[in-house]
Design a protein around this ligand. Structure first.
Ligand SMILES: CC/C=C\C/C=C\C/C=C\C/C=C\C/C=C\C/C=C/C(=O)SCCNC(=O)CCNC(=O)[C@H](O)C(C)(C)COP(=O)(O)OP(=O)(O)OC[C@H]1O[C@@H](n2cnc3c(N)ncnc32)[C@H](O)[C@@H]1OP(=O)(O)O
Ligand SMILES: Cc1cc2nc3c(=O)[nH]c(=O)nc-3n(C[C@H](O)[C@H](O)[C@H](O)COP(=O)(O)OP(=O)(O)OC[C@H]3O[C@@H](n4cnc5c(N)ncnc54)[C@H](O)[C@@H]3O)c2cc1C
Length: 661
């Protein structure tokens, strides 16, 4: 699509784009993280889009389960080959975002890239990396991360798969003792992978040392047949990501060499002696890494959905605002603006938080290299909270975008249903959100109780600022609103801690008191993480070196985000005195003003996300706004339309209709 050729474009979209009062390319660079990254992303996307291998013969929705898998595997293998062939040299993990949309319903090689390789990097010692890293990066071996079992996903300590060390032959014996110990869910495990990292309970010298990672060959490297002692398969259709061949796995006393235990952090020596790690949760590092990645991935899903919903809302006309006047664009309804524009604001909140989290992760990783694990709990808490809020915000945001598109949003060809199913899974995988938020709450209560002790953990340092509880501000600057979020979080933590203490004082065990307070604790964790997101949003926009136009747009989006979230949880702000009912009413009024200010810029802002039509894959969201023709053309692809009268008519309907004669 030639973006300079207005003749092919819907007139409403032409008019919307003429209203733009900021530099779109500059905003695109901010979204990508710099000019060079924009150029790199475009280069990769061009490479993919211009390659006919990535086209589907028929829309995936009309394919069988097997054909879908096979078709996506074909494309993902081609993708890996193509990226590997590039001369420039690249870090595929840096570029993962550029690939969004090229595969349509999951990628059988995704967990190889996002977990198996990172697990080798993060958990294997140098000799082990020498053995497996190069081979996995060259895709000579394909792996997954097999942790979850039928009986346990959340409670990692409850895993039942055993790895028992036999010092006589220096081997581990992997065994699945019960049906509930069957590994269940790992992406690519069913049919794609020939290796995997297995999390199993380590037994040596008669003692259990808890879950540890082991690298295990699953299939013969020549024939791809599963090895003796290993039972493997796919778990069946899912809500979405149906090309991922999520699998099951059982071991029958399967032996692997001692050196297949990933030994960067803990070791089992030849005689069976266990050497413990610097920190006993270092073996959970792969999960933490991916949680960080998920925040960025969620922002991308939301960019897709909001691009579709915004462009469609500009093209679609319905009903009337002024009686008797032409039907307005649905984007002119304030309620429609309230659906779509806060989701645009949310995209930037997630982008900026993801970047901040990534920086913290790099510094914690650097400290870990020097043997310093002090900030691991801080990273665990932040990555858990941000993974949880980003996945639930993005999933809800995508669903709101679908609803904003009315009936057409329910069509597969809008690409909103698939965007939703591909996002909501992140609420569950890599740590179910409630569970992760309770981990954040645990950290908050611990930090609150150790006020005065210097931990170096900056995300919770505000908990010591008890004076702020007494002072509510009457100013409404963005900074003041962020302070209100802080006050609300602090006050919820104080309330939860007091409630826990009271129950304990009344004689309850701490863990019962914890469960009894867990709804409130969840709120604490959400409020704390929301405060973190808001603070990063405000600070990033405030310190941004950008043109006035771009800065104004981002300031308005940031302010909208702050007010939107205050109004969603206003009870918490009122309860702690951070804001008065009058303040809330004024802010609600301002929110509507902001929607009106941002409305004329909405199409241009989503244009700045710069998603090519071929990757957006939506009849409703295309750049040219030619929605109705595309909807009609897609409908014609239905196999039911191949004949006027389907066979099923003769088989079932005709007999029914004639039976009463
Ligand atoms: C380079 C490429 C990188 C990224 C790729 C980029 C993008 C990715 C984008 C998208 C992803 C795409 C594809 C992937 C798709 C799907 C893959 C899905 C994979 C999976 O789902 S794998 C399985 C994931 N499973 C889980 O997450 C399980 C969740 N459960 C847990 O994590 C733990 O069991 C739980 C709940 C934290 C509790 O652990 P445990 O019972 O052992 O601990 P306690 O509650 O007793 O707490 C003890 C103590 O330990 C602290 N702690 C717990 N975890 C950690 C940790 N990870 N790090 C540090 N500390 C930890 C806890 O806070 C307690 O501390 P305290 O005693 O309070 O001091
Ligand atoms: C699409 C997809 C891909 C996946 N890919 C992989 C993979 O590649 N590798 C892998 O190993 N796993 C994978 N998983 C599994 C995933 O990690 C688990 O499903 C997830 O960790 C949740 O565990 P669970 O299913 O046991 O849920 P459960 O823990 O049984 O959760 C059920 C309910 O119980 C609640 N609950 C559980 N514990 C607590 C608690 N302590 N306090 C309060 N409430 C609690 C939860 O909040 C939830 O509401 C994948 C899952 C999905 C959906």
């Amino acid at each position: 699509m030639d973006k300079n050729n207005e003749r092919e474009c819907n007139e409403d979209l032409i008019r919307e784009r003429r209203k733009c009062n900021f530099n779109i390319e500059e905003l695109t660079n901010i979204v990508d993280g710099g000019k060079a990254r924009t150029a790199r992303r475009r280069e990769i996307q061009r490479l993919l889009i211009n390659d006919p291998e990535f086209l589907d013969e028929i829309p995936q929705d009309y394919m069988s389960h097997e054909d879908r898998y096979s078709n996506e595997l074909r494309k993902s293998a081609h993708l890996m080959q193509k990226l590997a062939d590039q001369e420039s040299g690249h870090d595929i993990h840096q570029d993962i975002g550029a690939l969004t949309g090229i595969l349509k319903d999951g990628n059988p090689l995704m967990v190889h890239l996002s977990m198996f390789i990172p697990a080798i990097l993060g958990q294997a010692n140098s000799e082990q990396q020498e053995k497996w890293l190069g081979r996995s990066l060259r895709n000579e071996i394909i792996g997954t991360y097999a942790q979850t079992e039928l009986g346990h996903g959340t409670f990692v300590r409850g895993l039942e798969t055993r790895a028992t060390y036999d010092p006589t032959v220096e081997e581990f014996v992997l065994h699945t003792p019960t049906i509930t110990a069957t590994k269940w869910w790992p992406g690519g495990l069913g049919k794609t992978c020939n290796y995997c990292v297995v999390m199993a309970q380590l037994y040596t010298q008669g003692r259990c040392y808890g879950p540890h990672p082991f690298i295990v060959q699953l299939r013969d490297e020549e024939t791809h047949r599963s090895l003796p002692g290993i039972t493997l398969g796919e778990i069946g259709p899912r809500l979405g990501l149906n090309s991922n061949d999520n699998g099951f796995l059982k071991f029958e006393n399967h032996r692997i060499p001692r050196t297949n235990m990933l030994m960067k952090h803990s070791q089992v020596l030849k005689d069976g002696t266990y050497v413990k790690p610097l920190h006993n949760k270092l073996s959970y590092g792969t999960m933490m890494l991916v949680r960080v990645g998920i925040v960025g991935a969620c922002s991308r899903s939301l960019q897709y959905a909001v691009t579709i919903a915004t462009r469609y809302s500009a093209v679609r006309h319905q009903s009337e605002i002024v009686p008797g006047q032409p039907e307005p664009q649905i984007l002119d309804y304030q309620t429609q603006q309230y659906k779509v524009i806060p989701q645009i604001a949310s995209v930037f909140a997630l982008i900026f938080s993801a970047r901040s989290l990534s920086k913290i992760q790099s510094s914690v990783t650097a400290k870990l290299k020097d043997g310093n694990t002090d900030l691991l709990p801080e990273l665990h808490s932040l990555s858990s909270g941000l993974k949880a809020l980003s996945s639930s915000d993005a999933s809800w945001g995508v669903e709101v975008c679908r609803l904003a598109c009315g009936g057409h949003g329910y069509l597969a060809s809008s690409n909103l249903p698939r965007t939703y199913t591909g996002t909501t899974c992140a609420i569950t995988y890599e740590g179910e959100n409630t569970v992760l938020l309770l981990q954040v709450a645990r950290y908050l209560i611990k930090s609150y109780r150790s006020i005065g002790k210097e931990t170096g953990a900056s995300s919770v340092s505000y908990l010591a600022d008890q004076t702020s509880l007494a002072s509510s501000s009457s100013s409404f600057s963005n900074k003041a609103l962020v302070q209100a979020f802080k006050l609300s979080a602090l006050s919820l933590v104080a309330e939860a801690e007091a409630r826990l203490q009271k129950l304990c004082d009344m004689g309850q065990e701490f863990y019962h008191a914890w469960n009894y307070c867990s709804v409130l604790l969840l709120k604490c964790a959400e409020a704390h993480t929301r405060y973190y997101i808001c603070e990063k949003y405000e600070q990033t926009v405030d310190s941004l070196k950008a043109s006035e136009g771009v800065k104004n747009v981002l300031q308005s989006l940031c302010r909208l985000y702050l007010i939107y979230h205050i109004t969603l949880t206003h009870g918490d702000f009122l309860k702690c005195g951070a804001l008065t009912p009058r303040n809330i009413a004024v802010l609600e009024g301002e929110m509507c003003d902001l929607l009106a200010v941002l409305r004329p810029q909405a199409v241009s802002i989503v244009d700045a996300f710069d998603i090519p039509d071929e990757l957006l894959g939506s009849t409703l969201g295309c750049w040219d706004g030619n929605v109705y023709q595309r909807l009609y053309d897609e409908a014609l692809k239905s196999p039911l339309n191949k004949t006027d009268v389907p066979d099923a008519y003769y088989k079932y309907l005709l007999p029914l209709m004639k039976s009463s004669l």
